[in-house]
Design a protein around this ligand. Sequence first.
Ligand code: PLP
Length: 394
Amino acid sequence: MTLHTVSAFDRIGEENAFAVLARATELARQGRSIVNLGIGQPDFQTPPHIVEAAVKALHDGHHGYTPATGILPLREAVAADLHKRYGVDVSPDLVLIVPGGKVTMYMAILMFGEPGAEILYPDPGFPIYRSMIEYTGATPIPVPIREANGFAFSADETLALITPRTRLLILNSPANPTGGVTPKPEIDRLVAGIARHPDVAVMSDEIYGQMTYDGLAHQTLLAYPEVRDRLILLDGWSKTYAMTGWRLGFSVWPQGLYENARKLAVNCYSCVNAASQWAGIAALTGPQDAARAMVAEFDRRRRVVVEGLNKLSGVGAAVPKGAFYAFPNVSRTGWKAKPLASALLEEAGVATIGGPDFGVHGEGYIRLSYANSTENIVEALRRIGEFLERRQAA
Ligand code: PLP
């Protein structure tokens, strides 16, 4: 028997972080001591008042389908939160509740990707952007994200890649995997340039928007009226409230695209599970001290990880300005990034992700998630240091 699946599946990719997690779990199961700095999720529990809200929702009988777009009080809470955070006005009617931030990029890329279309995306960047672009048959156009530019988008370099075939530009700040934050003046210039290309839609992935350091304020694309009619905002609860497993995210769509997004929801998952949605309300309207404490803790670990990395021979780490990743340059170790990440896992028991898993411009770097205890981070740095001494000397 030969099953003929569509050729798009020859092109779809995935996230190597999950393969690294599986391998790390397998090694641990065999009795090896593994420090996992591979996976990008907070090592905290969801704050108890959020968990309680979900339990209460289940006891209160919220067991059925909800509207495909999400329950109104949650969409209202999202709109109020965006107003509180950024001073922007967003209609709850343009907020879509989705099962995780990833679903927004899936929908946006499906809406704009087809053969002949070009989609710009950050490289290094979240691997699903490119994977989904290729799945649709569109041409992926990487926007290089350079260490020399503080791992920020360069407005000039990005705008120069726009052609008459460009349909969608994907932005991400604070960024995975680099921890880079694009400064406001650069975003201003980028938006001014995009305003001259009215046929290009923008998807701004701001899932790490509440994780910035050194007093830096997050600059949302929602604050620019000149692109609001073609802006898709990707955000959610996963990182901010340690809720990766709840599968809860939201997007803000322009009027003209909202219906398409709603139809995709109806065709695919009907609605997000009801209890998660009630938990989402508690997260946004309840006390924020746990979320703030988490960011303060990431900030402390960020310093430990950067200081430790910069003491290792052949390693140079820029200070991440947001998210919870360090993206050290390892090119002077003499190792290629992927073999290094692999050897660190197999021989030193430290899970990291090789930069090329985030795109060709990730060569020479590895990603370390510092969403792990300081004790584990220190131990990982010790192991990496020992490994590099041993293998450089060999
Ligand atoms: N966007 C970026 C840049 C991410 O790093 C991630 C998760 O790692 C997501 C989106 C997806 O988030 P979620 O788990 O809510 O689907």
